[in-house]
Design a protein around this ligand. Structure first.
Ligand code: 1PW
Length: 215
């Protein structure tokens, strides 16, 4: 393709990075997980300034993980599995209450992991929606079913306000920049199983290590 033509944002590319997340033996590459989130943040920001409050925390979390990757122990931050092993074996995770490791890779990734479930539920609703469906309702339902359980009242309230100003279904599909609605639906149908698999693998790993409620 012509390198001089700047590629417009497309949600398809973002979702493709989640395809690269999984190694052959089903480990989750941190680098691709982080790239996927970078793209999601771009997407969120293109929805309007109200969403920058939502994306800001994701940006902070992404940066924390990047710092771990670039740090002197970066060699342990290749996959989520190697990160968990390294941090647990070296006592680098606050397991029951906040303490000396407020920015552990484990607790930081857990926040993004929970948000990924929201995204998965929301995109699945979008995929199966019709022209009359309201994005604000789909988004709020997905949120209440997932991430909301982990948020205090103020955050839930602010999120509710942001959802109300979400663009309608048609405008939303246009921002995704994937093509006509049928193509969006097809793309979502392809991407969702990938996101779901990454989510499930991470969930099982955290559950196995009793880390689903890290403070
Ligand atoms: C429309 C597409 C939806 C994509 C999902 C975007 C996820 C955005 C996460 C919402 C963040 C709301 C404000 C931040 C709250 C933090 O307190 C919370 N962070 C997250 C990511 O849930 C918990 O982090 P903390 O305070 O324990 O460090």
């Amino acid at each position: 393709s012509d390198g001089s033509v700047e590629q417009k944002f497309s949600l398809r590319e973002v979702l493709d990075t989640f395809r690269q997340c999984l190694s052959e033996n089903k480990e989750v590459y941190l680098q691709h997980y982080v790239s996927g989130w970078r793209g999601l943040v771009k997407f969120l920001n293109s929805l309007g300034s109200v969403f920058s409050f939502i994306s800001k925390d994701a940006v902070n979390k992404i940066q924390i993980l990047v710092n771990h990757q670039n740090g002197e122990n970066g060699g342990h931050y290749i996959t989520v599995q190697s990160m968990v092993k390294y941090e647990l074996e070296n006592g680098l995770v606050d397991l029951t209450k906040r303490g000396g490791h407020p920015e552990s890779g484990c607790r930081t990734l857990l926040r993004l992991h929970r948000a990924l479930r929201w995204l998965e539920l929301f995109l699945e609703r979008l995929r199966t929606s019709n022209e009359d469906s309201k994005t604000s309702v789909m988004c709020a339902d997905a949120y209440n079913e997932s991430l909301a359980q982990h948020h205090p009242w103020v955050v839930r309230k602010a999120a509710g306000v942001a959802f109300c100003v979400l663009p309608g279904r048609q405008a939303f599909f246009e921002v995704m920049n994937v093509g006509p609605p049928e193509q969006v639906v097809a793309m979502l149908g392809e991407a969702l199983p990938l996101i779901s698999e990454v989510y499930q693998i991470t969930e099982e790993l955290y559950s196995h290590h009793n880390m689903l409620d890290l403070p």
